[in-house]
Design a protein around this ligand. Structure first.
Ligand SMILES: [Fe+2]
Length: 298
């Protein structure tokens, strides 16, 4: 735990305690919060404490929650503006603002083919947007008996543990991110012309500065097309090297879902991916997702 300093730097003081039970659950990220009911409105002090815990632990897991979609939208809006999704249902209908992530088909039965493959690749949400996501929240409605985990890689630690040579090599590099590249990188159905028009490519720095902590993080993942100014081979190799480095097992927290978990993670200093480590043909996995818009990376 970091010790705060008094203004004259003379005597260390402990940070204010949290007004809820909070326990660290991962080596590199993650804390569980016990005893809050997110279906009810939260007061300003609780919101501030949640934000403080969010910056300290990067992933918060509120246990034993039961929220309707409307309640989830209301809780999410404490932290910014809700984001809609570029994807569409097979029927062409746009996703609800509280989107359901599931392996269940239209008949309500497990159907492994409906799981979007893109979720299995490392990414930071909405990095193909000019202004990507600050946080993503997932509420576990139904989870498999075993598996169906979500993995998180700490990209602040990823940056910190690079060699000085690599840090200076990538210091000023910028990369193009796009929905089109994301579809290509994950062997998914190509982006439609309409989607390409709605989500044109954007450029972000490879090394991002976290707007709330000032710390540097690696901003890479499956939505990246290429690094500007480098030959394709070199760009591909460098992106692969950085991704491999920041997703090495020592920098990853694996979240094993419990029914009722409500997670909230920081897309500005984490990559994440779903794990296909469960039987999607028989087990049920249903999560409700909200995404809060952040700020333009710099
Ligand atoms: Fe995601």
């Amino acid at each position: 735990m970091q010790i705060a300093q008094t203004p004259d730097n003379s005597m260390p003081v402990s940070p204010a305690p949290y007004p809820f039970e909070i326990n660290r659950i991962g080596e590199v990220a993650g804390a569980e919060i016990i005893g809050l009911d997110l279906s009810q409105p939260i007061d300003a002090a609780t919101k501030d404490a949640i934000l403080r815990a969010f910056l300290e632990h990067h992933i918060l897991v509120f246990r034993d929650q039961s929220l309707t979609k409307d309640e989830q939208a209301r809780f999410s809006e404490n932290f910014g503006e809700l984001e809609s999704h570029v994807g569409r249902h097979p029927s062409g209908e746009q996703y609800h603002i509280v989107h359901t992530v599931t392996n269940l088909g239209p008949d309500g039965k497990p159907e492994p083919k409906v799981m979007p493959k893109g979720n299995y690749y490392w990414h930071t949400d909405k990095s193909y947007h000019e202004v990507p996501s600050l946080t993503t929240m997932l509420h576990a409605i139904e989870v498999p008996e075993e598996g169906g985990d979500t993995l998180f890689a700490n990209t602040r630690m990823g940056y910190e543990t690079l060699t000085p040579e690599m840090k200076s090599r990538i210091a000023d590099l910028k990369a193009e991110h796009s929905w089109e590249a994301s579809r290509r990188n994950t062997n998914s159905a190509p982006a439609t012309e309409e989607q390409k028009k709605a989500r044109p490519p954007v450029t972000h720095p490879i090394v991002r500065t976290h707007p709330d902590t000032g710390e540097k993080t690696l901003y890479v993942g499956m939505h990246v097309s290429h690094i500007h100014g480098l030959p394709k081979d070199e760009s591909d190799a460098l992106l692969a090297e950085l991704l491999e480095h920041t997703t090495q097992p020592d920098l990853v927290y694996t979240h094993q879902w419990r029914k009722g978990d409500y997670t909230m993670w920081d897309n500005r200093c984490l990559l994440h991916r779903a794990s296909p480590n469960y039987d999607a043909a028989t087990e049920r996995r249903v999560l409700h997702r909200t995404v809060i818009i952040g700020t333009k990376p710099y």
